[in-house]
Design a protein around this ligand. Structure first.
Ligand code: GRF
Length: 226
């Protein structure tokens, strides 16, 4: 990256996780190396035992646990989550392996300011168990997508996708490894574009550099240093 944004211009973000947190780690690493102009103000997990919480603590990032199991219903969980997010005053909310469906109030509140990463080439294979479903369907390629979050599950406008080839010896484990490897590139990249004010969501459409993005950006290895 040539023109790095100074720390004073860092974008405040909050990252929501439920588990291992390898995408969280990729974002922490990219931010530490100076490639990604963000200030990770907090990490929120709905699971008290999420390994990602360790990663956040090791990086000195404040954490909050909003355990869905302790709330009576979805609206009360969503309200607590919103309070936790807002306490960090983020400009962007990052879902990184966050495994709860969010209600419309929460999604509307952060419309255009909330991203998710999904392990498939959206709009193909929204939902769970994508690697198994892709194998069952005999697909030749697979991948990952970063998208803005809207009220339809895994269906918001896609910012960037990375493709991987499926080989005959692939299984769920190998696909998961391959897909996660590319996720760790495309998520920091999408966040970087947002931090640089190159991305905007208007009327459910993405503008990139003020022009409509007619198809998701296709990730190439060289894109990282663009
Ligand atoms: C990723 O594969 C992501 O696409 C999906 O959940 C997984 C999270 O992995 N939404 P991690 O917790 O970031 O390691």
């Amino acid at each position: 990256m040539t023109d790095k944004i100074s720390p004073a211009e860092s974008l405040p973000i909050v990252i929501l996780i439920s588990g291992y947190g390898s995408n969280l780690q990729a974002i922490i690493d990219a931010s530490r190396s100076g490639e990604l102009p963000v200030e990770i103000r907090g990490v929120i997990s709905n699971r008290p035992n999420a390994y990602g919480l360790q990663r956040a603590k090791e990086a000195g990032i404040p954490v909050k646990i909003i355990d869905h199991a302790t709330y009576l219903d979805r609206p009360s969980f969503d309200r607590a989550l919103q309070k936790a997010i807002d306490s960090f005053q983020p400009s962007l909310v990052i879902l990184a392996g966050f495994m709860r469906i969010l209600g419309p109030d929460l999604i509307n509140r952060y419309q255009g300011r909330m991203m998710n990463i999904h392990p498939s080439l959206l709009p193909a294979y929204p939902g769970l168990n994508t690697h198994q479903r892709v194998l069952d369907a005999g697909e030749k390629e697979h991948g990952a997508s970063v998208h803005f979050v809207t009220n339809e599950l895994d269906s918001g406008p896609v910012i960037i996708q990375a493709r991987i080839k499926i080989t005959p010896d692939d299984n769920v484990r190998s696909l998961s490894t391959k897909v996660q490897a590319v996720e760790h590139h495309i998520y920091p990249l999408a966040i970087k574009w947002f931090a640089e004010r190159r991305l905007e969501l208007t009327d459910n459409k993405i503008l990139m550099d003020k022009k409509p993005l007619t198809a998701p950006v296709e990730y190439r290895v060289s894109t990282l240093s663009d």
